[in-house]
Design a protein around this ligand. Structure first.
Ligand SMILES: *Cc1c(COP(=O)(O)O)cnc(C)c1O
Length: 353
């Protein structure tokens, strides 16, 4: 049995934290304190220290959602203690994730029949989604090279120099050379012509951004697709496209439905989107969907069975919270296509420029 001593003396009121000894000493910084303190004091002291943080509602820096409806806040608090990975314990949560994956895949025009299941997963954000998509491309490319008896030790990826830092992270962590198309004066996104020029037999994919981090501008994925189709035909290569739709994935289908950037283009094999940006959920949730089963090499899927039945997973992490996934489902069914479209149209009108 563990015996712990609270340092609060008997009879010391926990409600007047500011006149108590807890307000007189600095909160511990480097070592865990020997004794406990009353919960009210811990709450008050931490809350006060956090006042020096910025106000999330005024934070426009990372395009991340900072407000949700109280009903959804309640759903989130109700599920804050659910571990997403335990699919046997929480099968309904898994089902809600799968519904989101299917809705997003349909939103991005994945070529799946009504009764077919889409291929994709929830992630902590677009960064994890991009790591997973990148790994799938790298493995698929290596497998093709092995079959041809060719070396597979120098993979590269072609992007614009405007890519978000997570692509550089992917390249460094997973040992893929990042070939960046330089930006030019007055043109701040990837030039598809130059990108396709940089493609070679070791290119695992070209990554286009829908909603460049620097300016929000969409890259011309349609032109990239047609140029790359030509190049693949000439060379016999099989270089695919990934679309980093972290910010644009939940905007373009509603505001620019005619714009072809998604699975309507045959070389687009995977797409990521951040649920916590314009998916309107608090951080952190993201999504990655693949065009078809063939685009996600089977050997990357881990089958876990020690929580019960066989569970296929493809994630970098094991445990994570379930509440953001539930919140994403809430936003999907609460707003629907029409209200989301209307919201973005109104938001666009309110833009100052
Ligand atoms: C925000 C962003 C990312 C990273 O996404 P997280 O969800 O923050 O991990 C990647 N690419 C682009 C284009 C982004 O805007």
């Amino acid at each position: 049995m563990v015996i712990s001593h609270s340092s609060s003396g008997v009879g010391e009121s926990a409600y007047n934290t500011f006149s108590s000894r807890y307000a007189r000493v600095e909160l511990p910084r480097y070592r865990m304190p020997e004794n406990s303190i009353p919960k009210e004091a811990a709450y008050q002291m931490i809350t006060d220290e956090l006042m020096l943080d910025g106000n999330p509602r005024l934070d426009l820096a990372s395009f991340v959602t900072t407000w949700m409806e109280p009903e959804c806040d309640k759903l989130i608090m109700d599920s804050i203690n659910k571990n997403y990975v335990d699919m046997d314990e929480y099968p309904v949560t898994t089902e809600l994730q799968n519904r989101c994956v299917n809705m997003i895949a349909h939103l991005f025009n994945a070529p799946i029949n009504e009764d077919e299941k889409a291929i994709g997963v929830s992630t902590v954000g677009s960064s994890e989604a991009i790591m997973l998509a990148g790994l799938a491309f790298k493995r698929k490319w290596a497998n093709q090279r092995k079959e041809l008896g060719k070396p597979y030790d120098k993979p590269n990826i072609v992007t614009g120099a405007n890519v978000q830092v997570c692509w550089e992270k992917f390249a460094r962590y997973f040992e893929v050379e990042l070939k960046e198309v330089k930006l030019t004066e007055g043109y701040y996104v990837m030039d598809p012509l130059k990108a396709v020029e940089m493609v070679d037999e070791n290119t695992i994919c070209v990554a286009a951004i829908l909603g460049s981090t620097l300016t929000g501008e969409y890259e011309d994925v349609k032109l990239l697709n047609s140029l790359l189709v030509e190049k693949n035909n000439e060379t016999g290569w099989n270089v695919p496209i990934h679309v980093d739709a972290a910010s644009g994935g939940f905007i373009a289908p509603f505001l620019h439905p005619e714009l072809e950037w998604d699975f309507r283009l045959p070389l687009v094999k995977s797409i990521n989107v951040s649920g916590h940006k314009y998916g309107l959920v608090y951080p952190g949730v993201g999504w990655v969907v693949w065009r078809s089963k063939d685009d996600l090499p089977e050997e990357l899927i881990f089958h876990i069975n020690y929580l019960g039945t066989d569970q296929p997973t493809f994630t970098l992490n094991f445990s994570k919270g379930a509440s953001q996934i539930i919140a994403q489902y809430y936003q999907m069914i609460r707003l629907g296509f029409e209200d989301t479209s209307t919201s973005w149209r109104i938001a666009r009108q309110m833009q100052p420029c």
